[in-house]
Design a protein around this ligand. Structure first.
Ligand code: ATP
Ligand code: MG
Length: 226
């Protein structure tokens, strides 16, 4: 069973004036299939927290364990492999490659690791069906709606069977209906694969559909009862 453990994670950014404490001791435990939503004011450290969980940044103290491994202990090459194998990212701006079509974009994490096999192609096609984009697989990102781009980004995040998906305001640029569709898809696809999901959002209504909702404020996570 996959597990994510955060123990006493702090982050203090050095700045030109005085050090800026952003995370003041974050504890969290998740297992396969768990969904967590994180809300909180702008600047409260939500992206900082996701970056640390995703191994893109290191905590000032405390640790992150994903299936028993601490990304902060890995060298850059091992960290890149660890991330590719275990974590899928969905950002507010989809970060799709404009010159690659939908199918190619979904396969980029596979290409980053080696060549695309028959199995990968089948999985990509299946994921595009799941997110309702089978008919758009040859479109370029510029030929998609905002919601379709985010759905492509979800398929891309799942292509390598990650144990954890980190979504940083994936619906931030979408209208209410598209936002709910993207949320539903994130939930359904992560459910189908037993993937853990951390969803950062400004939208309390979207957040409330996760089993556990936390507010990040003044460097701490507190449960929100809905
Ligand atoms: N590299 C950095 N150096 C110094 N301060 C930083 C750095 N990155 C972020 N910060 C500060 O840390 C705080 C938290 O930033 P973060 O991006 O995590 O907030 P957030 O909760 O994701 O906000 P938003 O909802 O606006 O996306 C902010 O006050 C920001 O200015
Ligand atoms: Mg942010």
């Amino acid at each position: 069973m996959a597990a994510l453990i955060l123990e006493g994670v702090t982050k203090i950014y050095p700045t030109r004036t005085q050090p800026l404490p952003v995370l003041r001791g974050i504890d969290l435990r998740m297992e396969s299939g768990n969904r967590v939503a994180v809300i909180g004011p702008s600047g409260s450290g939500k992206s900082t927290l996701l970056n640390i969980v995703g191994g893109m940044d290191q905590p000032s103290s405390g640790r992150v364990l994903l299936n028993g491994e601490d990304p902060a202990q890995l060298n850059p090459a091992a960290l890149a492999r660890f991330r590719g194998r275990n974590i899928g990212f969905v950002f507010q701006d989809h970060h799709l490659l404009p010159q690659c079509n939908v199918l190619e974009n979904v396969l980029i994490p596979v290409l980053a690791e080696g060549r695309v096999r028959e199995d990968d192609l089948r999985h990509a096609t299946e994921l595009l069906e799941r997110v309702g984009l089978a008919a758009r697989s040859r479109h370029l990102p510029g030929e998609l709606s905002g919601g379709e781009r985010q759905r492509t980004a979800i398929a891309r995040a799942l292509i390598r069977h990650p144990v954890l998906v980190l979504a940083d305001e994936p619906t931030g640029n979408l209208d209410a209906t598209s936002a709910e569709q993207v949320r539903d898809l994130l939930f359904r696809t992560t459910d189908a694969f037993g993937t853990m999901l951390i969803l950062v959002t400004h939208n309390e209504r979207l957040a409330a559909s996760a089993e556990r909702v936390f507010r990040l404020e003044e460097g701490r996570l507190s449960p929100v009862t809905t």
